[in-house]
Every structure is written in structure tokens, then in C-alpha cells.
Design a binder for this molecule. Sequence first.
Ligand code: VGL
Length: 181
Amino acid sequence: MEALIIVDVQNDFCPGGALPAPRANEIIPVINKLMEKFDVVVASRDVHPPDTKHFDKWPPHCIQGTKGALFHPDLNITRIQKGFHKGTGNKDDGYSAFEATNENLMDYLLNNNVTDVYITGLTTEYCVKNTALDAVNNGFNTWLVTDAIAAVEPESSYEAEALEEMKSAGINFINAATKCC
Ligand code: VGL
């Protein structure tokens, strides 16, 4: 079974938000189309408390109960079967969807007989990367959908470094067109 994992497509990571990936809006229609091809569709969200160590490193973003923490309104949430909340503690970066605290992503995937995961969303250098690395290191065949992800700091070298790290870890790169659109 194949699962689509949508990482952190939240208002604060999109243009107009507190910590935007400049090209976030371009990936949302791609993800909406991809969802039609998967039986298992899950999504993570950053859900931070107002006071957290995480904000020593980053501007405050995705604070629980705020608009910034909600899914972007253009994302078709009707097809998302389960939401995973991460970064919920006050010492917790929660970069990986596998660190979700409301539900256990690993258990959810295994209970649904998932063998292959397709990773999409925001942001390439942090939550996408950490989710993809946890997936491959936990034994899933892991596919990074390269036109369904976006970087928070595209002008730095971190995006290229993150892609290299994922490739070296054995993650496969694929275009959405190969899967659907
Ligand atoms: C993220 C930076 C800080 C992400 C989260 O979702 O990739 N990036 N917190």
C-alpha cells in the first residue's frame, strides 16, 4: 500500500505567513491532484505552544489556536484521513511527522499495510527532510515528490544540501507527473 504524506501545508509556511516558503503556493495544486491517486492520505501540522525553545531558533509560527497553524485554505482537506500534530511541547522542535504527539504515524502506516510513502509539503530543508529520513530509516520505500515540496530559505545552500542528504540516505526522487498529473 502507498501513502501520501503531506507535511505542514499551513498558513504560516505560505506567503503572508510568519515563516513562509516563498514558492509554497505553487505546490498546493500539485498536492491536491496527487491525493486522488492514494488510498492512504495523511497530513502533519506544526502545533506549537506560545512559549517554546523552538522560537529561540525561529520566528514564532504555527501557534496552537491561531490562523497560522491551520491548513492553507487551498489545500483539499476533505481527502486527508488523519492529521498528525508535532512540535507540541515547549522543548520540542518536532521537525519530523514521525514525532507527532496526538497519534503515532508509524503505527498508523503499519496498521494500513503501507510499504511506500510519498513525501510532499513544507519545508524542504526541515520538516520534509526529517520526515523523509525517518521514513526511510524506519524501512519504508520512500519517495520525495520534488515538485510538491518547497524550501523556506531557497536563497541559501541548505535546500541543495537537504536534497543531497535525502538522496544519500536512499530516498527516491520522483515528479508528480510520473504519479498523476
Ligand atoms: C519548519 C522551520 C521551522 C518546517 C518548521 O515545517 O519545515 N521549518 N519549523
